[in-house]
Design a protein around this ligand. Structure first.
Ligand code: URA
Length: 238
């Protein structure tokens, strides 16, 4: 079967389709021995030899879908340029090439999905499907009703209005507030920027849900396979 190079690479589990475009443009991909930076390149899975960083990539025979409870202090990348620990160090089976579906900041913990199915990753992260992500924020001091109203409306940062959010105060123990924040679009560091805008320091940021998939009781640093229902949920959920 012939397909565009970025689709082929993501189907091989290299990264999401958009990330694969960056990899192609960075000159890291060869087709039959020649570097190609042309995003319109079409390859044939049977007859073309495609390599990324001099390693041949092939279509997987089996798809894998995992949920992980990412701890703080791990980067969501296969190779961290600063040499920090990555979520891939936590995988028990390191033989299968997986990639993370979206990302969490180094200091954020909670639910992250991993797969070698590029179409699935593309679907879950595509802004047009508006899959919800729920975070629990532990913030210093009391988050008041006025702060929540500002967050709901969408704070303005550097002249850009952040998307609206569903927010709810869960508790305040006299020192820390716990707030549930649900967003369906993700800009980089969005939740941290939102709390910075209302002048609240975040002590802990944790993602507990990606639409119908919950973190549940998964221990920190552990992974478990997604259920067929969870996988189908995304495939049917748009
Ligand atoms: N928003 C953030 O600010 N950080 C994350 O890791 C996820 C969402």
């Amino acid at each position: 079967m012939s397909m565009r190079l970025n689709k082929f690479l993501s189907s091989c589990g290299v990264a999401s389709r958009r990330k694969c475009e960056e990899i192609i443009l960075a000159g890291r991909v060869t087709v039959n021995g020649k570097v190609t930076e042309n995003l319109a390149t079409v390859v044939d899975e049977k007859s073309d030899k495609v390599m990324v960083d001099s390693i041949q990539v092939k279509l997987p025979t089996e798809f894998i879908y995992l949920k992980m409870n990412k701890p703080k202090g791990y980067a969501c990348t296969a190779n961290d340029e600063r040499g920090r620990k990555t979520i891939f160090d936590l995988l028990e089976n390191k033989d299968v090439r997986l990639f993370n579906v979206g990302r969490l900041d180094y200091d954020t913990e909670g639910l992250i999905l991993l797969t070698n199915d590029g179409d699935f990753a593309n679907l879950v992260t595509h802004p047009k499907y508006h899959f919800e992500k729920e975070y629990i924020v532990t913030a210093e001091g009391q988050v008041k009703e006025g702060d929540l109203a500002v967050l709901r409306k969408g704070v303005v940062i550097d002249g850009v209005r952040m998307p609206t959010a569903k927010v709810k105060l869960l508790s305040f123990d006299g020192k820390w507030s716990k707030v549930s924040v649900v967003i369906d679009e993700g800009q980089n560091h969005q939740v941290r920027k939102m709390f910075e805008a209302i002048g609240k320091d975040i002590k802990l940021l944790k993602r507990v849900r990606i639409d119908g998939v919950h973190l549940g009781g998964l221990y920190r640093g552990k992974t478990k396979p997604m259920t067929a229902i969870e996988i189908e949920y995304f495939k049917k959920g748009f």
